[in-house]
Design a protein around this ligand. Structure first.
Ligand SMILES: NC(=O)c1ccc[n+]([C@@H]2O[C@H](COP(=O)([O-])OP(=O)(O)OC[C@H]3O[C@@H](n4cnc5c(N)ncnc54)[C@H](O)[C@@H]3O)[C@@H](O)[C@H]2O)c1
Length: 243
């Protein structure tokens, strides 16, 4: 019997992160949630703000072995360039880019020791622009490049790095972005498959990428988005008179 794998899921207390934490637990891994809020059910949990090196390092110092890191924590809001305040600019970059960077940098020595792997949850909006959220799209495009750089750098020491590009997925984050039921319907109508995704749709892809079945896959960016990133019709904003 081999030893149990240990997986850290950032943002594992809600939405996609929670679905990923549940799915990896079913694969007989020890799952540890890093989040600013507690998970609703019995996962091992450290209260960690991924913007804070000291909190990340303190939690990691209590975890002897890390095989898998799922960089899932992220924030989203819609603001045109000219309406974005400096505080909002800092907030988005601090969580989505710098938080993911810090988390990965601090966990990497343990992941290298375990010859483990990393999955970054970026977004289909790292590939296709959403005109109402240029800053979010930019942070997610940055994470796709981070994935490629790290995958190249660590390939020959046996660490794989991939990213998943979710489309609209039914989570508290997405629900908060709908001002009313009608906007949710319009969102679904703009998706080629005509439905909003489920958190489990993402968890299944993550489960595959962290498994030994994906042992030859690194540096990839995998859309799970009902076809959004292959259409030119998704983007909303000023060029669309309809929505
Ligand atoms: N829901 C979607 O439609 C969608 C689409 C594409 C990509 N994503 C990405 O998927 C990821 C998960 O999103 P979700 O929809 O499940 O969101 P969510 O808001 O439901 O959950 C995000 C979790 O991250 C945690 N978190 C936020 N800031 C944090 C911080 N500084 N440190 C630690 N934890 C923090 C929150 O407490 C929360 O538990 C995000 O990176 C998001 O950008 C979401």
């Amino acid at each position: 019997m081999g030893r149990k794998k240990v997986a850290i899921v950032t943002g594992g207390s809600s939405g996609m992160g929670l679905a990923i934490a549940k799915r990896l637990s079913q694969m007989d891994m020890d799952v540890i949630v890093f989040d600013i809020q507690a998970p609703p059910e019995g996962f091992q949990y450290y209260q960690v703000d991924i913007r804070k090196d000291d909190q990340i390092l303190n939690a990691l110092s209590q975890i002897p072995q890390v095989d898998i890191l799922i960089n899932n924590a992220g924030i989203y809001f819609e603001k045109y360039l000219e309406d974005t305040s400096n505080d909002e600019l800092d907030q988005m970059v601090d969580v989505n880019i710098k938080g993911t960077y810090r988390m990965t940098r601090n966990a990497l020595p343990k992941i290298m020791e375990a010859k483990g792997n990393i999955v970054i949850i970026a977004s289909c909006l790292g590939l296709v622009p959403e005109l109402t959220s240029p800053l979010y799209c930019t942070t997610k495009a940055g994470l796709i490049m981070l994935t490629k750089c790290l995958a190249q750098q660590y390939a020959d020491v046996g660490v794989r790095v991939n990213c998943v590009l979710p489309g609209p997925i039914d989570t508290p984050l997405l629900q908060r972005s709908f001002p009313d039921k009608e906007s949710e319907k319009l969102c679904a109508a703009r998706i080629p498959m005509k439905r909003i995704g489920r958190p489990e749709d993402i968890a299944h892809m993550v489960a595959f990428l962290v498994s030994d079945e994906a042992s030859y896959i690194t540096g990839g960016a995998f859309p799970v988005d009902g076809g959004v990133s292959s259409t030119s019709m998704y983007s909303k904003g000023r060029i669309s008179s309809e929505y």
